[in-house]
Design a protein around this ligand. Structure first.
Ligand code: NDP
Length: 448
């Protein structure tokens, strides 16, 4: 690590103690943009790096709620308003027991660069709670969402901060959150994205992150004269991103063979097809069951997470980590390479640990970091905001074609800033391209 990066990271760690995921995310960005900063001293003089790592605002609040038995619970709510240089804060809400300040700051930080890459006018933010929707009744989830929004509503608005979903926050939760906002403010506005299709939502929003990730992977493959047809693909997760990644892969003639949840993964050697995927959607969105049930239904292998099992041990051509942060370790990365994997596209945020990223880069395989590869979700959220502003709804085809176009443009930007001879360093490309737009806006807006 160069002296400059080391000194910078020392300050970050000192100022943000214990926030390991945030340190990790900042380190990755700083390491990859340092050479660019060396050639552009105007950013250094204006201390853009020091300013961009400091959230503009952090809100942390109590969320009390009552369960079906009448017992009272208290969770902690957060909203990190990271950067508004190029538009209102924008980023999802995560409800998961592991949520803490450091995780949300890492996600908000990543979001700033990701949103910048989409070409749309959106700043970066993220929020959520350590509430676990698993095992709760619909009523309990509603009561929690209402309590959460009662405080959050003071800080957000269609021109200020527009949250969306993330882990544990899907259509059901967005509905309850939106209902409470509308009730408190007496306003029907596009304050959240991922809304239901009959009340301001956009077609293709549920599909956007997964579809976008596959479009991005397809662009990466094209640089090596390859196509999706017949490619064996491993996917982790079985939630929103994983489901629609599988759907688009099937569409394009590839063969997804794994899905997972926090308890284990299934390996279906024959491939997950449309019918099997419909079963997964029903299992996860309606029955709220476990992926293990897929193995029973379709008679395939199941491996328990208790034994530290992730789908990365399965032989594949392409991998799509779509569950959570730090799910691919260096050993997994080495295993993937040994098994002939040629591409990893991150549907999740920061699923690959730094040592594993290095393994992919050294092997010179195609590695699309989340900031670029999973930006399709927030891109269509941006399109949902545009539709809400003009009070119109675009067709499925129109939104999908815009999504495709945005993913292609993101890929082009990564190539522009990440090309090193024949190799494309997508990490460097995404970080630098994302940084430049935000940094320039910050320079032009003065010291705020
Ligand atoms: P969902 O809640 O719909 O699904 C998450 C999936 O990942 C579930 O299968 C879940 O299993 C699994 N998972 C979550 N945490 C863990 C864990 N600690 N260990 C093992 N498995 C885990 O979330 P999404 O699909 O929306 O999000 C997945 C990832 O994609 C996240 O990193 C998110 O930040 C990122 N992302 C999402 C976007 C979106 O539009 N939704 C946009 C861009 C990025 P279980 O049910 O057992 O918990």
């Amino acid at each position: 690590m160069s002296r400059q990066i080391e000194d910078f990271m020392k300050q970050i760690i000192q100022k943000n103690p214990g926030e390991t995921e945030f340190h990790q995310a900042v380190h990755e960005v700083v390491e990859s943009i340092m050479p660019f900063l060396g050639k552009n001293p105007n950013y250094v003089k204006a201390r853009i790096l020091e300013r961009i790592v400091e959230p503009e605002r952090v809100v942390m609040f109590r969320v009390p709620w009552m369960d079906d038995k009448g017992d009272i619970h208290v969770n902690r709510g957060y909203r990190i308003e990271m950067n508004s240089a190029i538009g209102p804060y924008k980023g999802g809400l995560r409800f998961h027991p592991t949520v803490n300040l450091g995780i949300l700051k890492f996600l908000a930080f990543e979001q700033v660069f990701k949103n910048s890459l989409t070409t749309l006018p959106m700043g970066g933010g993220k929020g959520g709670s350590d509430f676990d929707p698993k095992g709760k009744s619909d009523d309990e989830v509603m009561k929690f969402c209402q309590s959460f929004m009662t405080e959050l509503s003071r800080h957000i608005g269609p021109n200020t901060d527009v949250p969306a979903g993330d882990i544990g926050v899907g259509g059901r939760e967005i509905g309850y959150l939106f209902g409470q906002y509308k009730r408190l403010r007496n306003e029907f506005t596009g304050v959240l994205t991922g809304k239901g299709i009959n009340w301001g939502g956009s077609l293709i929003r549920p599909e956007a992150t997964g579809y976008g990730c596959v479009y991005f992977a397809e662009e990466m493959l094209k640089t090596r004269g390859e196509s999706m047809k017949g490619k064996v693909c491993t996917i982790s997760g079985s939630g929103n991103v994983a489901q629609y990644t599988a759907e688009k892969l099937i569409d394009l003639g590839a063969k997804p063979v794994t899905l997972s949840d926090s308890q284990g993964y299934i390996h279906d050697r024959e491939g997950i097809d449309g019918k099997k995927l419909a079963f997964v959607k029903e299992l996860k969105e309606v029955k709220r069951g476990r992926i293990k049930e897929y193995a029973k239904e379709f008679d395939c292998d199941y491996f328990s997470a208790k034994d530290g099992k992730w789908p990365w041990e399965v032989k594949c051509d392409m991998a799509f980590p779509s569950a959570t942060q730090n799910e691919i370790r260096a050993n997994d990365a080495r295993g993937l390479i040994k098994n002939g994997c040629i591409s990893v596209a991150e549907g999740a945020n920061m699923p690959t640990m730094p040592e594993a990223v290095k393994v992919f880069q050294e092997a010179k395989i195609l590695f699309g970091p989340g900031k670029a590869a999973n930006a399709g979700g927030v891109a269509v959220s941006g399109l949902e905001m545009s539709q809400n502003s003009e009070r119109l709804s675009w067709t499925r085809e129109e939104v999908d074609s815009r999504l495709h176009d945005i993913m292609t443009k993101i890929h082009e930007k990564c190539v522009k800033y990440g090309k090193e001879g024949k190799y494309i360093d997508y990490v460097k490309g995404a970080n630098t391209a994302g940084f430049v737009k935000v940094a320039d806006a910050m320079l032009e807006q003065g010291l705020v």
